[in-house]
Design a protein around this ligand. Structure first.
Ligand code: CAA
Length: 276
C-alpha cells in the first residue's frame, strides 16, 4: 500500500509517521523546504519515541519507506492521498481539483480538515464520491482515533478504505456525517472556548482551570494547554468557522483573537496560555 500525504505540517508529518511505522510506503509532499526539514526532524524523533516501546519497530527501515517530494505529480502510484494543508477552502479545492485530474477512479482522496465541509471540498470535482474526511488528532503517532467524515456524495467504498487505513494504523475510527466541526472539533472547541472566557473573566488562573479538567475529569491535559498544543491560530480559525455555521456560542473570545494577533500561538512560538 502506498499513501501520499500532502503538506508536512504537524499533522501531515504525524500522519506520515504513523503510516511508515505501520509499514506503509509514504510520499510526503511539501513545497516549503524549511517546513520539509522540520518535518524530517519531527518524523525521526517520533519514530524514535515509538521504537523505545516497540522492539519490532526499526527506525531506519521505517524512514526508508518515506519519500519526500515537492510536487503533487509525485503522488502518482498512490492508493490513497491524504491532504493536510492549511484550513483554507479555496486552497484545498485547488489541490483536490489537481488530484482528481491526476488520479484514476480507484484512488481515494481524503482530507484531514478539522472543520471545513467535506462536501464543499469535493464540490465541482469529476468524482466527488471518492472524497472522504480522515480527521487525525495531535500527536498523531500516539492518538488512537480517526474521525471519518462522510460528505453528501462520499461513496461507501471511500469510507471503507478510510476505515481500513485506520485499522492498519492500529487506530479506532468513528463515522460522523459532514456537519460543522464534526463530533470532535465541535465538542473540543466548546470546552476550549469556555476555558478562555473563564480566564478572561478572572474565574481562576490558567493553571487552575486546566487542573480542574486534568485531575477532576481525568483529561490527559487541560483545555488551555491543549489549545497551546494545537495552536491558538488553528483554534481561532475553527472557532470563526463554527461561529459562522453554528452560531454565537462559538464566537471567539477577544483574548484568543488578541493573542493570535500578538503572535502568541502556543507551543510552536514558545508562548500561549503557558510558556513552552
Ligand atoms: N510521537 C511519538 N510518541 C509520542 C509523541 C509523538 N509526537 N508525543 C508523545 N509521545 C509518547 C511519549 O513518548 C510517551 O510515551 P511513553 O508513555 O512510552 O513514555 C507518551 O506518548 C506520553 O507522552 P509524555 O510522557 O511526553 O507526556 P504526557 O503523558 O503528558 O502525554 C500527550 C502527552 C500524548 C500529548 C497527552 O497529554 C495527550 O494525549 N493529550 C491530549 C491531546 C489531545 O487532546 N489531542 C487532540 C487535539 S485536537 C486535534 O488534534 C484535532 C484538530 O483538528 C486540531
Amino acid at each position: 500500500m502506498r499513501v501520499a500525504v500532502i503538506g508536512a505540517g504537524t499533522m501531515g508529518a504525524g500522519i506520515a509517521t504513523s503510516c511508515v511505522a505501520a509499514e506503509i510506503d509514504v510520499v510526503l509532499v511539501e513545497r516549503d523546504p524549511a517546513r520539509a526539514e522540520i518535518a524530517d526532524e519531527q518524523i525521526r524523533s517520533s519514530l524514535e519515541r515509538l521504537a523505545a516501546k516497540d522492539e519490532a519497530l526499526q527506525v531506519d527501515a521505517a524512514l526508508a519507506r518515506l519519500d519526500r517530494a515537492d510536487d503533487l505529480c509525485d503522488t502518482e502510484g498512490s492508493d490513497l492521498v491524504i491532504e493536510a494543508i492549511p484550513e483554507l477552502l479555496d486552497l484545498k479545492r485547488e489541490v483536490f481539483a489537481a488530484l482528481d485530474a491526476l488520479h484514476g477512479p480507484e484512488v481515494v482522496l481524503a482530507t484531514n480538515t478539522s472543520s471545513l465541509s467535506v462536501s464543499a471540498i469535493a464540490e465541482g470535482l469529476g468524482r466527488p464520491g471518492r472524497v472522504v474526511g480522515t480527521h487525525f488528532f495531535n500527536p498523531v503517532p500516539v492518538s488512537s482515533l480517526v474521525e471519518i467524515v462522510v460528505g453528501e456524495n462520499t461513496a461507501d467504498e471511500a469510507v471503507a478504505r478510510a476505515a481500513a487505513l485506520s485499522d492498519r494504523l492500529g487506530k479506532v475510527s468513528i463515522v460522523v456525517q459532514d456537519s460543522p466541526g464534526f463530533a470532535s472539533s465541535r465538542l473540543g472547541l466548546a470546552l476550549g472556548l469556555e476555558a478562555i472566557r473563564m480566564l478572561e473573566q478572572g474565574v481562576a488562573s490558567a493553571e487552575d482551570i486546566d487542573t480542574a479538567m486534568h485531575l477532576g475529569y481525568r483529561h490527559p491535559m487541560g483545555p488551555l494547554r491543549l489549545t497551546d498544543l494545537v495552536g491558538l491560530d488553528v483554534r481561532l480559525d475553527i472557532a470563526r468557522h463554527l461561529h459562522r455555521t453554528i452560531g454565537d456560542r462559538f464566537a471567539p473570545p477577544d483574548l484568543l483573537a488578541q493573542m493570535v494577533a500578538d503572535g502568541h500561538l502556543g507551543r510552536k512560538t514558545g508562548r500561549g496560555f503557558f510558556e513552552w
